[in-house]
Design a protein around this ligand. Sequence first.
Ligand SMILES: Nc1ncnc2c1ncn2[C@@H]1O[C@H](COP(=O)(O)OP(=O)(O)O)[C@@H](O)[C@H]1O
Ligand SMILES: [Mg+2]
Length: 162
Amino acid sequence: MKSLYENEMKLEFLSKSNNEAFARISVAAFASQLDPTIEELADIKTAVSEAVTNCIIHAYEDNEGVITITCKIHENSIIIEISDNGKGIENVNMAKEPLYTSKPDLERSGMGFTIMDSFMDSLEVESILGLGTKVTMKKTINKENSEETKELEGKVFSSFKI
Ligand SMILES: Nc1ncnc2c1ncn2[C@@H]1O[C@H](COP(=O)(O)OP(=O)(O)O)[C@@H](O)[C@H]1O
Ligand SMILES: [Mg+2]
């Protein structure tokens, strides 16, 4: 069956803090095929870094577990899913509130979800207590450029019409 997506990739790695950079750079490398600006790429890296850090620090705490990332490309958008099989979140709405952290002792800022939400076009958090959490983020790349291109293509096309 043909996939809806033009391209997909999947990464699985252990929840070791060294792997945070690996994840952020790998997703950025995959996203680069959409020809993002440096700023768009930085936004994606920051959002991935926040989500992966949450899996390492909150989901698995002192244990080690598997973090899975899938990235899908559809037209000029990237959809990034980051999931863990860790402890889960009791109240997702509360967790998403700016400045909310369950670990103030570790000097967490409580801004992870707020950053993901503002740097990406959409953020969805699904969690089941004791089973794990899945964060889905989407970003459309080069919106202005692609609209300009379409407009230009339209003009070129209409100039060929007799
Ligand atoms: N993957 C996860 N598994 C379990 N709990 C999580 C996960 N991600 C976030 N949380 C919970 O949501 C809260 C808010 O996350 P966040 O906004 O990133 O702030 P911070 O990480 O600074 O605490 C965390 O303090 C934690 O309780
Ligand atoms: Mg966080």
